[in-house]
Design a protein around this ligand. Structure first.
Ligand SMILES: [Zn+2]
Length: 379
């Protein structure tokens, strides 16, 4: 009895492993024949055929075109269907929200911005749900192709993605999925915005192993990436670097304390120091305004202190993301690196700063990608 059940569970495991290997091999190749798959995976042709059939039935794989051949019957080419499933991602911000749809490769198929300020009210979530419906209605996806909607917001989210444990910026501490889900036509999950951005970054940069993402959006966000995965703490999500103290008794922060990184290194903090929108500040600074240049250099020095503090714990790469990096040119990156190196008390290797691959906020695509990752890992 025991032996029989062990052997049946082993054969089920083997079947699942074969299934996964076939799917992942087709996913990673741009077109491959059954024969090449069999060779590449050292798997019998009938096993490959059986798995391909199953994935074709699910719509995940299709046959398109024939292999070039020097003789005999040409082999059919199998392709992964990039939009066989899609996922919705949203980022809810203080002034507006953004909805995106991504395919199974994480490509953004559609994105739209809605100028509605956040409000923890049924009317707001009803509008969000309605806009998600309208957003999808022009496309040809069946409901079963849509994996779900991941909603990123500025707040720390519980491990199971069902509630906000700290959401001071949006005044939404305690928000639960029960307030949102009834209005959204797909399975929903909540996600911390910086964690979503880091997920997008890891997805887009294959070579990323250990890194710290510093997201210079309206509010500062930081996330730790360890061994190619976004680190999740026990309660504090993927870290709350923004509330590390930079200056004791410094500027007030929205968390109620004083001197946090947020109060010096967020895009909003820079805007407050500048006394004007960043869209005006940067062009005027580039034209040689000495006051603005001083404000900017001061900002970069504060950011350098923040990076140096984190670097004392994690000497790794630093990814500069968020919309503020759009305004930063290569000289700014060199200057920031110089400031960080000056802060370091040791003669060590220079800090390695990397620009985020996302020119804008990565939270909405990252939220959707978290669902895609989950789906692909389910095989
Ligand atoms: Zn704070």
């Amino acid at each position: 009895m025991t032996i029989a059940s062990t052997s049946s569970s082993t054969s089920a495991e083997l079947r699942n492993a074969n299934r996964r290997r076939v799917l992942h091999a087709v996913y990673e190749q741009i077109g491959i024949s059954k024969q090449d798959l069999s060779q590449r995976l050292s798997m019998s042709l009938p096993t490959v055929t059986q798995n391909l059939k199953e994935f074709e039935a699910m719509g995940l794989i299709e046959r398109r075109g024939l292999c070039e051949s020097t003789g005999g019957r040409k082999a059919q080419i199998y392709h992964f269907v990039s939009d066989a499933r899609v996922a919705i991602g949203a980022i809810l911000l203080k002034e507006f929200y953004r909805i995106v749809m991504v395919d199974l490769y994480g490509n953004v198929l559609k994105a739209e911005r809605f100028p509605t300020p956040f409000a923890r009210t049924p009317a707001y979530f009803e509008q969000l749900g309605q806009n998600i419906r309208t957003f999808i209605s022009g496309l040809t996806y069946r409901p079963d192709q849509i994996l779900g909607a991941a909603i990123a917001l500025q707040g720390l989210v519980s491990h199971d993605g069902t509630s906000v444990i700290y959401g001071e910026i949006l005044k939404c501490t305690g928000l639960t999925l029960d307030e949102v889900q009834p209005y959204i036509p797909y399975p929903c999950v909540l996600i911390h915005d910086t964690e979503a951005s880091a997920t997008a970054e890891v997805w887009a940069q294959n070579d990323l192993k250990d890194a710290v993402l510093l997201s210079l959006t309206r509010n500062f966000g930081g996330a730790l990436i360890i061994s190619g995965e976004v680190h999740r703490g026990r309660e504090l999500s993927s870290s709350v670097i923004e509330h590390m103290r930079l200056y004791p008794n410094g500027r007030p922060c929205y968390c109620g304390r004083k001197g946090c990184i947020e109060a010096y290194c967020s895009a909003y903090a820079l805007q407050l120091s500048a006394g004007e929108p960043l869209e005006q500040f940067f062009p005027a600074m580039r034209q040689g305004s000495p006051e603005r240049t001083q404000i900017w250099h001061h900002y970069l020095q504060d950011l350098a202190i923040a990076i140096n503090n984190i670097r004392m714990l994690m000497d790794t790469e630093y990814i500069i993301g968020g919309f503020l990096q759009k305004f930063m040119d290569d000289q700014d990156f060199l200057l920031l690196a110089r400031y960080v190196n000056q802060e370091c008390p040791f003669q060590s290797a220079p800090v390695h700063l990397r620009r985020s691959v996302f020119s804008d906020d990565a939270a909405a695509p990252g939220a959707a990608i978290s669902l895609i990752k989950q789906y692909l890992c389910s095989f």
